[in-house]
Ligand binder design. Structure first.
Ligand code: FE
Length: 216
């Protein structure tokens, strides 16, 4: 997994030749400049921004999504609700707000695997997965997930049978997706917390699979 991230960042680097020369990337520099101007004008409080960033870095992470997946595995009624109205079902667990306002849950089946991307920028369901990984925001992933999803999955170490269809979902500012992987066999009798331990962040983006019960 690490090598894939490195590969993608490496590729990304080749597309932005100027980045070597500056301490900040162009985007970081723009963000910094904006923050400075807005602070000087009294429009924002840097402490408030720090608090928001800290919340998403440390308090809100993929565990939220993993709990949703585990609940859908153990409670068929919840799974049905998730299919019909993911926004409401997810909000019922208290996960809502920034970048998670409109959600759709896409369920993997034996013949369909779902993969999430934002081809335009980096839209991501923050409320259930926390901050997006670097590779998710990188141009190589955003471009290639659509053109060659099977090849991208292979780089993540996920090799699916040729008969398994891969559906790629393009996130937008209005609608974000959460992949609901299939419950692995051998997990009968697991409680929800133990099931959540099997659900990785990447399994909910579609670039990974759930852990096997032997692993936890
Ligand atoms: Fe986006």
């Amino acid at each position: 997994m690490k090598s894939t991230e490195e590969t993608m960042q490496h590729d990304d680097h080749h597309h932005h030749h100027g980045d070597h020369d500056n301490h900040f990337s162009e985007m970081q520099a723009r963000v910094k400049a904006l923050e400075t101007v807005l602070t000087q004008k009294g429009l924002i409080d840097p402490a408030a921004i720090d608090a928001i960033v800290e919340t998403y870095e440390t308090k809100i992470g993929p565990r939220n999504g993993a709990r949703i997946v585990a609940k859908s595995w153990t409670e068929p009624d919840f799974a049905d609700w998730l299919k019909a109205d993911a926004t409401a079902a997810i909000a019922s667990l208290g996960y809502s707000g920034r970048q998670g306002e409109h959600m759709r849950a896409v369920f993997n089946t034996p013949d369909t695997h779902n993969l999430i991307v934002c081809t335009l920028c980096s839209c991501y369901p923050w409320a259930v997965l926390g901050l997006p990984p670097v590779w998710y925001k990188a141009p190589p992933y955003r471009a290639r997930a659509v053109i060659d999803p099977r090849g991208v999955l292979a780089e993540f170490g996920v090799v699916l049978p040729e008969t398994t269809k891969i559906r790629v979902w393009d996130s937008t500012a209005e609608l974000r997706y959460l992949v609901i992987p299939e419950r692995p066999s051998g997990t009968e009798g697991f409680d929800a917390e133990r099931l959540a331990d099997l659900v990785t962040r990447d399994a909910m983006i579609g670039t990974g699979l759930v852990r096997l019960p032997e692993a936890v």
